[in-house]
Design a protein around this ligand. Structure first.
Ligand SMILES: [Cu+2]
Length: 180
């Protein structure tokens, strides 16, 4: 029999299962089940995966909310572009906009306090990468992506875009401050 000819017995599934084949099916099934249950287990106990939420929204609505926070909690501006540095109260919502080719505004958080960090792109796909921590979040247009974060170490962190987004992609960098 070859693969291009019609099998002599067309009802191949009615043939008895070979013991070796049955054993491999059982092994594969058990392994699938282990991996299936490891996903939720690791999400809860692995302390590795971020618990994300995502909501559909529009650039205008998102921009408006980001602007409100900037108007209220800007403490200073930085760089030649006068990018506002926002220091929101603990427990509040803080918005970060990704767009060609900039992160806006800069954010300053307090160590040990919890915040809801919102991320959205105004144009197309960008990648939020927090350095030197290994935290990576895809930033999509049209989705308000929320991450609940509690910074544990004070310092200055770098934010870079890790999705190639155009000719000035390499300049799309910013800072995140964590203060005591
Ligand atoms: Cu980008």
């Amino acid at each position: 029999m070859s693969a291009i000819q019609v099998p002599t017995s067309r009802y191949w599934w009615k043939q008895p299962l070979d013991r070796v084949e049955g054993t491999w099916i059982a092994i594969a099934l058990v392994w699938c089940l282990i991996m299936f249950f490891m996903m939720p287990y690791w999400h809860v106990y692995g302390k590795q995966n971020l618990a994300n939420e995502a909501y559909r929204t529009t650039p205008d609505a998102y921009q408006k909310r980001a602007q409100e926070v900037v108007d209220k909690y800007t403490v200073r501006t930085e760089t030649d572009l006068k990018i506002p540095v926002v220091h929101p109260p603990a427990g509040s919502d803080v918005y970060l906009i990704a767009r060609l080719w900039q992160w806006w505004p800069m954010i300053e958080l307090e160590e040990g306090k919890t915040y809801r960090l919102h991320l959205m792109s105004m144009d197309w796909l960008h990648g939020f990468s927090l350095q030197p921590e290994n935290i990576n979040i895809e930033v999509h247009p049209g989705y308000d992506h929320v991450v609940t974060i509690t910074p544990t170490n004070a310092g200055t962190y770098g934010i870079v875009c890790n999705e190639y987004c155009g000719i000035m992609h390499q300049t799309m960098a910013s800072r995140l401050y964590v203060v005591k």
